[in-house]
Design a protein around this ligand. Structure first.
Ligand code: ADP
Length: 894
């Protein structure tokens, strides 16, 4: 019979075919022809089973398996090559696991059972971890002995893997729950008991092992939340609720009394009858979150309250569109009833302050924060100060998008602030005492000067009261002033302050009432007026003395307002013009009183003094209202404003009529005296000349020379008398001039030759340039020249040369007489032309003279329309000059 045809191994699919085709004769089982019935039966069962089966048979444990088993061997593995091989070969890599099982079964130990056992073996080209649930059962042969083993098995790799994945993810979940600090619970709605993780139990103050009763757990919920929580749980047990549970409530740990806020989120599962079978979920501790949230809410509320209290307006400006949202307070600040558009806000800014806002905005875009204070002008024209503060908000790309800010009206503060800054500045730098006085008379503030002036320490000083300082303090008056000062400005007053050392000093008090933080104060400044008082007293005394002096000297004083010609005069001043104290006396009245001859001179002198900032002085005759003529000497000086404009002329007047009369009397006396002297001197001179001639003839030369010296002295006496006469003539305006036209150089030569004869010591050098003719009094000009040359001789006793020069300068002829003698100091040069002036000094007495020559000379030259001057250097010599106009006949009627 063909091997294929055996009934016992018919069917069995692929494995059936492979087994049938296998050459079994090569195995320890030998040809199937000889196989025992037990083997044949067992193989038939295996091959035809749909359950995965494997079989070992015989002492070598030859391996068989069925189609159902086949997939477990994978591809590229044992199948089909190891079919019919001994177990040891077939399962070489796991024989150490299988052999004990096989031995157990074959030695009569009964069947084995292994569940989800890991049996890794070679398949799919590698050793794979394969899990099995299997049973090894013995197959008993005809002799009653176990001859083979049938393995019923199922691969559970997939199940195991799924399971392990589930376990893993469960562990992960737990880990997640744990690390997210979630509490978890799982409740059985039927029993109202639940299990929970340790954390949740801890929150509820329960022991770790406890299974929890809902009623017990609810005790840990704070009283005010308990009812709500319990109702929420009841509700979620109802299928119509959807089974979703989400609630926040507070727990109190019954042991530690710590409170925490939790959020519980859970789900109820229902069976088909709609009965709740499970209620589980997680719980989160949100205490911090809630606290933070409450803080924010609080902060928001506080900010809102603060804004309200601070009377702040708010705005939200879009930096992209320029649109603005403003709060009602904001609108009110800007004097608007409703929303204020951005352009209207800007238009209300004070024009001078717009740049401030622009600058602040530009800065805000850079720094993120906005601040500025500006003035706005409201519809009614009122100006208010506002302060704006804000913060820029940016989008994700850091572009500025919004500006949120506040606005506050700071007009009051601004004014007060400015005032305070000013006051503080003043106080810090003041040399006066600054006091801020409270209603009850104590000091709220004292500046440093107060402590300095009073001699108290700061601590002592601030404990004082006004009554401790003010010697003249009277309570009623203080309180009355305090009240009044709150509503009106009080005039300054003087009082006396007392120092710590009991010394007193006068002060002037300036005070003003003010309100600070709704409390009234008196702000007072005390100025030490000791000096002022002293000066005032001094002034008073001086004034008295001055008045006496003025009266005694009959000095009047006046103030002339230059612009209007209005004058303020002392009675004496008016008296000098023959007026009584009440008479009006202005510049026009003054001019009218002055005799016509002097008016122009007075006017010119006043104008010149004003222009030159110099002292004005003039003597003139005035006619009193009673017709009498008086002499007045007046002087004055102008004062100027900051633009150098002359405002006032202040000065004095004095009646000099008496002096003038005396002077006239003196002049008259000199005139008469010199006139009376002149005649006898002339006769003496005639006699001496006769006498000299007689003596010479007689040969008495010694006597003759004595007479000649007498004659020279007589000449000097004559010239002195001549000078005196000339002076009286000049002073009384009676100096006569006889005009002729003459050759100027001719006159010079004549005079020089005459004078050269009188001196041997000196050498008169003529340096004459052509000058031509002039029209003048030849005698008088000669007199001037004689005076110049005799002076040059007199004041150069140790030098020889005297140079007389003439030359033409434009249309005047100039004469100079130069000597190299003692010279005249600069400051005295101008005075030598004054009447009776003589340069005083040690050398003076050696040079006789009356000091009249140059005075007469200057009067003559002035009358001739010329100029006279001197150039000199002390110790070096002098050059005296005079000039006369060429051929210009002058008015000689004067
Ligand atoms: P006197 O009679 O004193 O010379 P003058 O009027 O001629 O009077 O001169 C006035 C004064 O001027 C003199 O006293 C003298 O001090 C001074 N003086 C005049 N001429 C000269 C000179 N050439 N050198 C120096 N001093 C002079």
């Amino acid at each position: 019979m063909q091997q294929q045809d055996y009934k016992f191994w018919q069917g069995g699919g692929e494995m059936g075919a492979l087994i049938r085709a296998h050459d079994w004769s090569q195995t320890s089982l030998g040809s199937p022809d000889h196989w025992p019935v037990s083997l044949r039966t067992a193989l038939g069962i295996v091959l035809n089973s749909r359950f995965p089966m494997f079989m070992y048979w015989g002492p070598d444990l030859i391996c068989f398996y069925n189609d159902a088993y086949r997939p477990s061997l994978g591809v590229n593995g044992k199948h089909p090559t190891l079919l019919g091989q001994p177990g040891k070969v077939f399962w070489a890599e796991i024989w150490h696991i299988l052999e004990p099982l096989i031995n157990q079964v074959l030695s009569g130990g009964g069947a084995t059972w292994s569940e989800d056992q890991l049996i890794p073996f070679y398949r799919n080209g590698a050793i794979e971890d394969i899990y099995w649930t299997f049973s090894y059962s013995p197959v008993i042969n005809e002799l009653g002995e176990p001859a083979g083993i049938i393995v019923a098995c199922t691969e559970t790799t997939e199940k195991v893997q799924t399971l392990s994945e589930i376990t893993e993810s469960k562990a992960e979940l737990e880990f997640a729950i744990d690390s997210a600090e979630f509490g978890t619970w799982d409740m059985n709605p039927q029993t109202n008991k639940f299990i929970a993780n340790d954390r949740l139990k801890e929150w509820f103050g329960l022991l770790p092992r406890e299974e929890i009763d809902l009623t017990q757990a609810l005790k840990s919920v704070v009283a005010y939340d308990r009812e709500r929580v319990s109702r929420a749980i009841q509700a979620v047990m109802n299928p119509s609720s959807g089974g979703k549970y989400d609630i926040e409530y507070s727990l109190i740990d019954p042991h530690t009394q710590t409170e925490r806020v939790v959020r519980a989120k859970g789900r109820t599962r229902f069976n088909e009858e709609g009965v709740a079978i499970r209620f589980n979920g997680t719980m989160q501790d949100i205490t911090e979150e809630v606290i933070a949230r409450r803080k924010i809410e609080d902060a928001e509320e506080r900010a809102r309250l603060a804004l309200d209290a601070a009377e702040m307006g708010t705005f939200d400006l879009s930096l992209t569109t320029g649109s603005i949202i403003t709060s009602p307070r904001f609108n009110a600040i800007f004097g608007e009833d409703g929303p204020t558009p951005h352009n209207r806000i800007i238009s209300k800014l004070h024009p001078d302050d717009r740049y401030i806002r622009e600058r602040a905005y530009a800065q805000a875009l850079k720094t993120g924060s906005l601040y500025y204070a500006v003035r706005i002008v409201l519809k009614d024209g009122r100006t208010r100060w506002i302060e704006v503060e804000g913060k820029v908000y940016y989008d994700k790309l850091r572009s500025p998008v919004r500006l949120l800010g506040t606005v506050i009206d700071i007009t009051k503060q601004r004014n007060a602030e400015e005032e305070l800054t000013r006051v503080k500045f003043m106080a810090d730098n003041a040399s006066d005492v600054f006091m801020l006085i409270c209603e009850e008379g104590s000091f709220a503030y004292l500046n440093q000067e107060a402590f300095k002036q009073w001699g108290y320490s700061e601590e002592e000083g601030l404990k004082l009261k006004v009554s401790d300082i003010d010697v003249l303090y009277i309570s009623e008056i203080f309180h009355e002033s305090f009240k009044l000062a709150q509503t009106q400005t009080l005039p300054p007053f003087e009082t006396i302050h007392k120092r710590k050392n009991e010394t007193v000093y006068p002060v002037e008090i300036n005070m003003v009432g003010l309100v600070l933080s709704e409390k009234p104060y008196l702000f007072a400044v005390a100025r030490d007026i000791t000096e002022r008082k002293k000066a005032r007293e001094e002034q008073h005394k001086t004034n008295q003395r001055l008045e006496i002096a003025l009266e005694a000297g009959r000095l009047g004083s006046y103030e002339l307002e230059l612009a209007t010609g209005l004058m303020t005069c002392t009675p004496q001043c008016k008296a000098n013009y023959g007026l009584d104290a009440n008479a009006t006396f202005n510049f026009a009245d003054l001019m009218a009183a002055i005799q016509p001859d002097y008016r122009d001179t007075v006017k010119d002198k006043v104008e010149a003094a004003v222009a030159n900032h110099s002292v004005y002085s003039a003597e003139y005759q005035v006619k009193w209202p009673n017709g009498s003529i008086h002499w007045v000497s007046a002087s004055g000086k102008a004062s100027y404003d900051e633009n150098d404009k002359a405002i006032l002329m202040v000065g004095v007047t004095i009646d000099i009529t008496e002096q003038k009369l005396l002077q006239q009397q003196k002049d008259e006396f000199i005139g008469i005296a010199s006139h009376e002297l002149k005649t006898p001197v002339t006769s003496i001179k005639a006699y001496t000349q006769v006498l000299e001639r007689i003596l010479t003839q007689k040969g008495d030369t010694r006597e003759a020379s004595m007479i000649s010296k007498m004659d020279a002295q007589l000449n000097r006496l004559n010239s002195l008398i001549g000078d005196l006469l000339d002076v009286t003539k000049i002073n009384s305006g009676r100096l006569q001039f006889n005009y002729t036209t003459f050759d100027f150089n001719h006159l010079i030569t004549e005079v020089v030759e005459d004078l050269q004869r009188t001196t041997e010591k000196h050498n008169l050098i003529e340096d004459l340039q052509p000058t031509g003719f002039i029209h003048a009094d030849r005698e008088r000009i000669s007199q001037v020249l004689v005076n110049f040359i005799t002076n040059a001789i007199k004041y150069s006793p140790h030098t020889k040369n005297i140079i007389i020069n003439t030359h033409l300068n434009n249309d005047e002829v100039v004469v100079s007489v130069q000597d190299f003698g003692i010279g005249i100091s600069k400051e005295k040069q101008q005075r030598v032309f004054e009447q009776f002036y003589r340069v005083s000094g040690e050398t003076q007495h050696t040079f006789p003279g009356l000091g009249l020559g140059l005075y007469i000379s200057s009067e003559i030259i002035k009358r001739e329309g010329g100029r006279i001057w001197v150039e000199s250097e002390e110790g070096q010599g002098s050059i005296f000059y005079f000039s006369l106009p060429v051929r210009k006949p002058v008015d000689h009627n004067n």
